[in-house]
Design a protein around this ligand. Structure first.
Ligand SMILES: NC(=O)C1=CN([C@@H]2O[C@H](COP(=O)(O)OP(=O)(O)OC[C@H]3O[C@@H](n4cnc5c(N)ncnc54)[C@H](OP(=O)(O)O)[C@@H]3O)[C@@H](O)[C@H]2O)C=CC1
Ligand SMILES: O=C1CO[C@H](CO)[C@@H](O)[C@@H]1O
Length: 324
């Protein structure tokens, strides 16, 4: 079986990784692409030799023998485009964060359930070998009782005030939605569900969304979590640390995959680099799920959990500021 894909939104991430990942997957074929700017649409389609070209997503969705769509548009487009794709009978793999808020996630899940199509979310870090290795070490009890997980991360871009990533109605928020979402998803994968959420956001001087988000989490397993994310920082880190009663794991840069394990036996350094195209394992697993008529590993219900934590973080900050 070949999964015939349409790609809605062919901007930065589609160009960097998504189109190439679909084209590299033996189960997949990229047959159509869509963006509103016609000139840029043709540039992209020429670059990747894609025959189907559309400036309107509904026209792409009207292709009868299209099986699935990858939605790589700004976050405010994810809900209407997912609902339209489901109504057209297409499976949906949507970029992160899944939607602006958990209520939108619920509508997306319901639309896909009703249409009997699969819904996946692009939290590709779940497939990083280093993340899977950490999970193995935690499950094997190497760190003893887990006390905390912490991540500090930043994006060096200085987004202008009219960029969708810093307009709340378009991106849902700032660095928490954009880059924090990936890390919350990894926290959930490694530590399980979260009960408590507290936060503090720092305003940006020149755009609407927050510039810094600091989120404190309480996991159901009793451990604590801290996530701090920034926009506009040079030499931006992507650091993860997990502390247990019997050991500690640090990863200086998750995208590199070098892990250091400290236990009473000494210090061990391991290297678990990710795939050269980070989206490839995600696409492969989703195509496999569609061909086997099963839910993908990172389903809409999984993606919704991260949206719920982020919403609680924004709400906590708002009520803290209001003195409630
Ligand atoms: N997983 C990851 O590591 C990454 C994920 N992302 C996520 O991917 C998504 C896209 O991000 P990114 O590629 O950086 O964004 P860009 O702004 O670079 O690209 C967005 C694309 O969507 C198109 N678009 C916007 N509105 C519509 C519409 N109504 N119908 C069809 N196309 C539309 C734009 O073209 P036009 O304006 O011409 O329509 C453009 O091609 C976001 O959800 C983001 O969070 C982004 C980067 C990395
Ligand atoms: O991981 C990522 C790299 O940076 C992009 C821009 O901030 C994010 O959207 C993306 O999720």
């Amino acid at each position: 079986m070949t999964i015939r894909w349409g790609l809605i939104g062919v901007g930065d991430i589609a160009n960097k990784r998504v189109a190439a990942a679909i084209q590299a997957d033996p189960l997949s074929d990229l047959v159509a692409v869509c963006r509103r700017s016609e000139a840029q649409l043709h540039d992209f389609a020429d670059q990747f030799s894609v025959p189907g070209r559309f400036t309107n997503a509904d026209d792409l969705l009207a292709i009868e023998d299209l099986d699935a769509v990858y939605i790589a548009t700004p976050v405010d487009c994810h809900l209407p485009q997912t609902i339209a794709a489901a109504a057209a009978g297409k499976h949906v793999l949507v970029e992160k964060p899944m939607a602006l808020d958990p209520d939108q996630c619920d509508q997306m899940i319901a639309a896909c359930d009703q249409a009997n199509v699969q819904l996946g979310v692009a939290y590709y870090r779940r497939f990083y070998p280093v993340v899977q290795r950490i999970k193995q070490l935690l499950d094997a009890g190497k760190l003893g009782r887990i006390l905390s997980i912490a991540c500090v991360t930043g994006n060096p871009n200085r987004f202008p005030a009219d960029d969708w990533r810093v307009i709340c109605a378009r991106g849902g928020g700032g660095p928490l939605m954009d880059i924090g979402s990936h890390r919350i998803d990894v926290f959930l994968q490694l530590m399980g569900d979260i009960d408590a959420v507290q936060s503090s956001m720092m305003d940006a001087p020149d755009f609407e969304a927050e510039q810094v988000a600091t989120v404190m989490l309480g996991f159901q397993n009793g451990a604590h979590g801290v996530l701090q994310c920034f926009f506009g920082t040079i030499n931006s880190p992507d650091r993860l640390e997990i502390i247990g009663t019997d050991g500690r794991i640090t990863v200086e840069d998750l995208n590199q995959g070098d892990l250091t394990l400290f236990t009473a036996d000494g210090v061990t350094v391991e290297s678990h680099p990710p795939a050269s195209n980070l989206h490839r394992p995600l696409i492969e697993e989703f195509s496999q799920a569609v061909s086997e008529n099963r839910s993908p590993a990172i389903s809409g219900r999984t993606g919704r959990k991260t949206n719920e934590i982020m919403q609680r973080a924004y709400e906590h900050d708002r009520s803290r500021r209001a003195g409630a």
